[in-house]
Design a protein around this ligand. Structure first.
Ligand code: PLP
Length: 440
């Protein structure tokens, strides 16, 4: 202490607020917020907590921190090995998709033709990108999510009429939401055919009547029935639908656009349309690896009918989603692709370096770990990978680390699976674990 009363040397509020730094901050954050930060820093100087000379810098740092964290959502490390974890936001966006969202965040020509100076069709670039990736689709439409795509298709084609669907495809998609309830909410009547394990083409054929609006085939994406099973193929159903003049709507769920040898049981949009589906619906943030969205793909006339339905307006997506989806479609392998196809040897090497960097008292061991696709996709498929094991109690402690690390608990061990950790975050992960573990 110098003996000078610090209150005398604390910079005055009006002087601080006039400085260019705080004028600029007030433009972005509002004067009330800036003034509160300045007052707070002045208080801390008066109480001797900081030097009077540091008031401006302290207030500026507080404002910067506030600007960085205007959302309560916290980035975290997904060490579960579940690639599309619905609770963790499903697909992580690629840098190209993030950049596209930023581009689209201001004024953009989302629904405007700059050349002629008039309205144009919304999201046309995104639909063009979809058609390039799914050559069998004549037209496409982007909606809020997969459920919205299914709701619009059943409302536009089946409201007040019957929707024929197999009993083996009455899926609950999660958090208590069931597709049959969703379909019933559109005013369509469900006409269930077949049994849980087997539904044949004649089951569908016998159910068709004057009230039938459409035939629906849903991919039971999040469960698998084994044993004595049977289902009508898309091609057979398409033939039946065509004969009876009905649309066949196929909800493929996962958003795989073309066949992937890693996922032989997952239907893809290109093949489903080639096999004769009139409309395919799916999600944008599952295997497609993009933002939350629902895709409708199919023949030009039917897609146009859906696009013109009043409900379409209530289910449409914003410009940033259109931008992120277009960038995802045009941008090559997605983050989801990288995690799905991660090289087990590379995962093992990273797990070994991580284990070596941890304090010895943790006894971290490198073990094989089976990742899964998640997000209600490919339930039978496991992805061979590697993890390190920690004592079980670490799972809870690591959730409170900065950044939070979400681990998997298996056989009373805490598993840190590296599949869905970006390699550039390996150091952050090691630091988070060391922070919880304390020194050796
Ligand atoms: C995931 C899924 C849905 C729902 O899609 P959201 O994008 O989560 O709304 C619908 N049908 C099937 C078959 C699904 O797998």
């Amino acid at each position: 202490m110098t003996g000078i009363d610090p209150r005398r040397t604390v910079p005055r509020t009006d002087a601080l607020l006039r400085s260019p730094l705080f004028v600029e901050a007030a433009r972005r954050l509002g004067r009330v917020v800036v003034k509160a930060a300045v007052t707070d820093a002045q208080h801390r100087a008066r109480s001797g907590e900081i030097a009077p000379d540091d008031v401006a810098a302290t207030a500026a740092a507080a404002l910067e921190a506030r600007e960085r964290s205007l959302t309560t959502l916290r980035p975290l490390l997904n060490a579960t090995g579940v690639v599309l974890h619905t609770n963790l936001g499903r697909a992580p966006l690629s840098p190209a998709a993030v950049a596209a969202m930023r581009t689209a965040s201001g004024y953009v020509d989302v629904e405007y033709d700059v050349d002629i100076g008039a309205r144009s069709s919304r999201g046309r670039g995104t639909v063009a990108a979809l058609r390039e990736r799914v050559p069998t689709a004549e037209a496409g439409l982007v909606l809020n999510n997969g459920a919205a795509a299914l709701v619009l298709a059943t409302t536009a084609l089946g409201a007040g009429r019957e929707v024929i669907v197999s009993r083996g495809e009455m899926v609950e998609i999660g958090d208590g939401f069931r597709l049959p309830d969703l379909i019933a909410s559109t005013g369509a009547r469900l006409r269930e055919v077949g049994t849980t394990n087997r539904t044949s083409l004649p089951d569908y054929a016998e159910a068709i009547g004057p009230d039938t609006g459409l035939i629906l085939k849903v991919h039971p994406s999040n469960f698998r029935i084994e044993g004595f099973t049977g289902a009508a193929s898309i091609a057979d159903l398409a033939m039946l639908a065509r004969e009876r003049g009905l649309p066949l709507v196929v909800d493929t769920g996962s958003g795989l656009l073309a066949a992937d040898p890693l996922l032989p049981d997952e239907p893809d949009a290109t093949s489903a349309l080639a096999a004769g589906a009139a409309i395919v619906t799916c999600s944008g943030d599952k295997l497609l690896g993009g933002p939350q969205a629902g895709l409708v793909l199919g023949g030009a006339a039917l897609v146009e009918r859906l696009r013109r339905h009043p409900l379409a307006r209530a289910l449409r997506v914003d410009k940033t989603t259109l931008a992120a989806l277009e960038a995802t479609l045009r941008g090559g392998p997605t983050v989801t692709d990288h995690y799905l196809h991660a090289d087990p040897a590379a995962l093992r090497a990273r797990a070994e370096s991580l284990a070596a960097a941890l304090p010895g008292h943790l006894r971290a061991r490198v073990v094989p770990s089976e990742g899964v696709i998640g997000g209600g996709g490919a339930p039978g498929v496991t992805l061979p990978g590697w993890a390190i094991t920690l004592p079980e109690g670490y799972a809870a402690a690591l959730r409170r680390a900065a950044p939070p690390v979400i681990a998997r608990v298996e056989s009373r061990r805490c598993l840190i699976d590296l599949r869905c950790i970006p390699p550039e975050s390996d150091n952050d992960l090691a630091e988070a674990i060391c922070g919880v573990a304390g020194p050796d």
